[in-house]
Design a protein around this ligand. Structure first.
Ligand SMILES: [Zn+2]
Length: 379
């Protein structure tokens, strides 16, 4: 890990416009959220043949920044038949820690290394925590990860295997966030994948890869949405390619939530009143059980600008999705399987080229029947 320098993160507060000055996850002036100070550009490095580092000019990092590489990105795009139509599945479970989070974590940890941060806390339903633990290990950083107690066993084991300390928090997902915020208030650096925006530039690379793999922009992109960092990042990636003249149109972005915890879908359907109807209910889609998405407004804005939509899927349809995707050879965690119902709905009817993101590996879950009956038992 390189030494720290005078270089600082190119971020600014979305509320008061103040630049990022201290190692805080929210603005010290007004409590607002940070975002990237500059729009993401599409400028792949021609001399790098393939892989994530081809896009280094898109990242909010110093020139020649050291990056903790584990082979992130560059995931397969696999066509398969769904109800008589071809869908291209972006297999994000092929990332180094088994989920799409690695795109964001690689950039966030590089940004931390660039300013000399050597230890941090993070909260996660599992995938972001595992990803953070892996890249922290790669960068020689100490990591402490707060997870809900219900996080699946394989994910907890994975986080610990990389050498991070796991702190299990009883109660819903939001309790883990409260706990990590208390740790941050006591002085720990909070490497939040939700509050800190550097990872969005990493997420943008999924758009770059999809267009390069298809030779064109798809008409629609279907993805699970919890915090929505992938959807926001993809939107900005497509927007960067539009700006660069590489594509003519941003695909319709279709975000899918679990009906048990679907705040963005509720607002999309009913406006602000929808929030009052939102629960943080039990769902087998543990990775998108987010009642208060930090960048919810940006998710809704990206969906609207792209001409896309949001939908919510019932538990039995998520479970069916797991089995149907597996019957095509895709073994994904339930969180990823929410896309299945969307692919069979009229939501994509007028879209010719459709890409669905398979965000996380099925190997990360306890056996599906175990997980499902456990949740049914808890009601
Ligand atoms: Zn501010």
């Amino acid at each position: 890990v390189p030494e720290s320098s005078d270089w600082d993160w190119p971020l600014q507060c979305t509320t008061c416009g103040r630049p990022h000055l201290e190692r805080a996850y929210i603005c010290g002036q007004c409590g607002g959220h940070f975002d990237l100070a500059q729009p993401i550009v599409y400028q792949p490095v021609a001399t790098v043949r393939d892989g994530f580092s081809r896009y280094q000019k898109s990242f909010p990092l110093p020139a020649e920044a050291w990056m903790p590489q584990l082979g992130e990105g560059n995931t397969p795009l696999v066509p398969a038949e769904v109800d008589g139509r071809t869908v291209h599945f972006k297999c994000e479970y092929a990332n180094p820690t088994g989920s799409f989070k690695d795109r964001a974590t690689a950039v966030l940890v590089a940004a931390m290394a660039a300013v000399g941060i050597s230890e941090a806390v993070e909260d996660s339903s599992g995938n972001a925590g595992a990803s953070f633990a892996a890249y922290a290990a790669r960068a020689g950083m100490r990591a402490r990860v707060f997870v809900p107690d219900y996080t699946s066993g394989p994910k907890q084991a994975q986080i610990e295997a990389y050498g991070a300390e796991v702190v299990r928090i009883l109660g819903p997902r939001s309790e883990a966030t409260q706990a990590v915020r208390r740790a941050a208030a006591e002085g720990a650096f909070y490497a939040s994948h939700a509050y800190l925006p550097q990872g969005l530039a990493g997420m943008a690379t999924i758009a770059f890869e999809i267009v390069e793999q298809l030779g064109q922009a798809p008409d629609a992109l279907v993805t699970p949405v919890g915090q929505g960092t992938l959807l926001i990042g993809a939107y900005r990636g497509f927007a960067a390619m539009l700006e660069a003249g590489v594509i003519n149109q941003i695909p319709k972005l279709i975000g899918v939530q679990a009906l048990q915890c679907a705040p963005l879908w509720a607002v999309y359907q009913s406006g602000a009143a929808g929030l009052g109807l939102t629960s943080e209910g039990q769902t087998i889609a543990e990775g998108i059980r987010i009642k208060h998405p930090v960048r919810g407004d940006q998710v809704l804005d990206a969906v609207e600008r792209s001409g896309g939509s949001l939908m919510a899927v019932a538990e039995q349809d998520i479970q069916a999705g797991v089995h149907q995707l597996a019957s095509l050879g895709f073994w994904v965690e339930p969180t990823s399987a929410v896309v299945w119902q969307a692919l069979r709905s009229e939501i994509i009817e007028d879209s010719k080229t459709v890409v669905a993101v398979l965000t996380g590996s099925g190997l990360k879950t306890a056996t599906q029947s175990e997980a499902f009956s456990d949740i049914l038992a808890k009601g």
